[in-house]
Design a protein around this ligand. Structure first.
Ligand code: R7I
Ligand code: MG
Ligand code: MG
Length: 317
């Protein structure tokens, strides 16, 4: 792939994260959302601020860039520092507790393990922030999965939380690698993702995705795939949303929000996939200008593209 296409995909993915997050945020928790309500938010004359989804994505990207790759202790410190600087970004319930534990000296890979009675969190918090990992390691899917797990356990150690992050990161990587969006094979994409997860809750939902295409009702999609803040009830939904609207960034993000529930997060993850697939050019200027932080995410995308990791031995795809 030529350098400018790759750069455009990196930019599209990270700008997709922030647009989906900021446009979806006003509707988070609503059961369904009408298209005119979304258009009203787009038309209003106020900047759309981003939430924890983007705030943590910025932290992950920043740490990867600063350390030249994954450094768990550093990444945990950056995520905690960002949270304490702007705790009002709409964080989920558990990550702030992890950040307090880190401040008290807990190790980066231990601080989150005892949450939820020792199960660890299966919230979608580690999936929604993982796009930079899929970008950085995109040439090697094993490495993407490995790094997604490592970044997840800082706050989310439940298998479902981890596998949500693995799915989202691998989906980003596969889409960045695909040269021609016109020959994109949905069945192969879903099969590649399914091979990455062991939890039946993911396998069953991934098996359902193609049956729900092209135009199942929103009720059926929510019933089968979910729209909650649990990773297994939102990551497959974001993947479906992208596939159903594969040729349009604006339709993908709008559709994600129309499904209701965890709108900022599902729109953010779907936005990342759509941006990785279609590139920055597919995102209207008017949308980019409405949202806080797009310039800084473009800079981070460029830095990640510069340092994109080489494949690891024979595991390279
Ligand atoms: O995953 P997390 O960071 O939340 C992300 C969400 C996104 O929608 C953001 O936009 C923001 O609004 O928050 O936060 P967590 O607290 O780790 O997980 C979210 C919730 O999932 C928890 O607060 C619990 O309600 C639930 N949950 C669990 N419940 C029981 N057992 C997560 N893990 C468990 C569990 O193991
Ligand atoms: Mg949020
Ligand atoms: Mg959310």
């Amino acid at each position: 792939m030529d350098e400018s296409s790759l750069k455009s995909k990196f930019r599209g993915a990270l700008v997709g994260v922030v647009i989906g997050d900021a446009l979806g945020a006003p509707f988070e928790g609503m059961q369904t959302v009408s298209r005119p309500a979304i258009e009203d938010v787009l038309d209003a004359d106020v900047a759309l601020g981003y939430t924890d989804d983007t705030h943590m994505t910025i932290g992950i990207a920043g740490s990867l860039i600063e350390r030249g790759g994954f450094d768990g202790a550093h990444m945990a410190e950056v995520l905690a520092r960002n949270y304490f600087a702007q705790p009002w970004r709409g964080y989920g319930p558990a990550p702030p507790e992890v950040f307090r534990r880190l401040r008290e000296g807990a190790r980066w890979d231990q601080a989150a393990r005892t949450l939820f009675g020792g199960q660890g969190s299966f919230g979608n918090g580690s999936a929604m922030r993982v796009t930079p990992v899929g970008l950085l390691a995109h040439r090697d899917l094993d490495q993407v999965a490995d790094l997604a797990e490592q970044t997840s356990i800082i706050t989310h150690t439940h298998m479902l939380g981890i596998e949500g992050a693995v799915l989202q990161a691998c989906a980003v990587a596969i889409l960045v690698r695909a040269v021609d969006e016109n020959t994109f094979d949905v069945g192969e994409f879903v099969a590649q993702l399914r091979a990455r997860v062991r939890a039946p809750k993911y396998q069953r939902r991934l098996d359902t995705i193609e049956d729900l295409l092209p135009d199942s009702s929103a009720d059926r999609v929510v019933e089968e795939l979910g729209h909650s803040i649990a990773a297994h009830e939102s990551v497959p939904t974001a993947i479906y949303t992208f596939l159903r609207n594969a040729s349009s960034f604006t339709e993908a993000v709008t559709y994600a929000i129309e499904l209701g529930g965890d709108t900022d997060t599902i729109a953010s993850m779907a936005g990342a996939l759509s941006g990785a697939h279609l590139g920055l050019e597919a995102i209207p200027e008017g949308w980019r200008n409405r949202v806080e932080g797009t310039d800084s995410l473009i800079q981070k995308a460029d830095a990640l593209a510069e340092m994109a990791l080489p494949p690891r031995g024979s595991a390279a795809l």
